[in-house]
Design a protein around this ligand. Structure first.
Ligand code: SF4
Ligand code: SF4
Length: 250
């Protein structure tokens, strides 16, 4: 199997896998969702909450915040705890940036996630602790979102049959097909969604679209607790260890 990043940002990646199979790419996807660990708030002690939201809702909202996770420091340490405090009085909105870690390195990077709106004289005072977990225990420990993959689109045009009627050009929702120098061309096949609208529109059977199951594009975002590259690397390490263990047992 080969892979390369088609796009790599801090919290987003698009990866092209070649010489692979759908079940192997799916194993990577499932590992990223369920097995890559991250920190999330697990225990909340509320000292004062006169906001409109119940304690349980506040605790739930805190749990879903993307806590920065330095895996090399906390991996394998189920007892490691990051301690936070929060103290706010209205009138104001309480944001993720109001949660203060003992060590500022663990402060939440996205400071503008709203937790609750406080009216005049309403208060929210609490302590919280984040621990390491995985997505198979609870979604709050799932580092990726919107993860999916598709077969690599292969689009062929039989220029002999084609009469340049433009029907495929007009039917493509992604505007990928155009006619240049009396030839139908596809600008960026990786963006094709395999919707088949162009095939259905062509009355001359001149265009064919199929997905290659041995060449797969996967894309995902992270919630910000880990970078897109870290999640991928960690998933590969976990899978490698699992296959290694399986091989030894066999
Ligand atoms: S399959 Fe759909 S997205 Fe792909 S080229 Fe044809 S019309 Fe466009
Ligand atoms: S719809 Fe078919 S015949 Fe018309 S331009 Fe496209 S490929 Fe050619």
């Amino acid at each position: 199997m080969k892979f390369k990043f088609l796009e790599l940002q801090e919290n987003y990646a698009k990866i092209l896998f070649e010489d692979t199979t759908p079940y192997f790419v799916n194993a990577i996807r499932r590992t990223m969702i369920a097995d890559v660990p991250k920190m999330a708030i697990e225990d909340v002690t509320i000292y004062d909450n006169t906001s409109a939201l119940f304690d349980e809702i506040i605790a739930h909202r805190l749990a879903m915040l993307p806590i920065p996770t330095y895996l090399d420091e906390v991996k394998g340490c189920e007892d490691c705890r990051i301690h936070y405090t929060l103290s706010k009085e209205g009138e104001c909105t309480v944001y993720s940036g109001d949660l203060k870690a003992e060590d500022p390195r663990w402060n939440i990077k996205d400071k503008n996630i709203p937790i609750v709106r406080l009216l005049k004289n309403q208060r929210l005072i609490l302590e919280a602790e984040a621990v390491l977990g995985t997505g198979k225990e609870h979604a709050k420990w799932q580092p990726v979102c919107g993860i999916g993959y598709k077969y690599y689109p292969e689009i062929e045009i039989d220029q002999e049959k084609c009469d340049l009627c433009m029907d495929c050009v007009n039917s493509c929702p992604r505007k990928l097909i155009e006619i240049k120098r009396n030839k139908v061309i596809v600008k960026n096949p990786e963006e094709c969604t395999l919707c088949m609208s162009c095939v259905e529109a062509c009355g001359r059977d001149a265009i064919s679209v199929k997905g290659n199951p041995n060449k797969i594009i996967m894309q995902y975002e992270t919630d910000g607790s880990l970078t897109a590259k870290e999640v991928f690397q960690e998933a590969l390490n976990i899978l490698y260890e699992k296959y290694d263990e399986l091989e030894k047992k066999l």
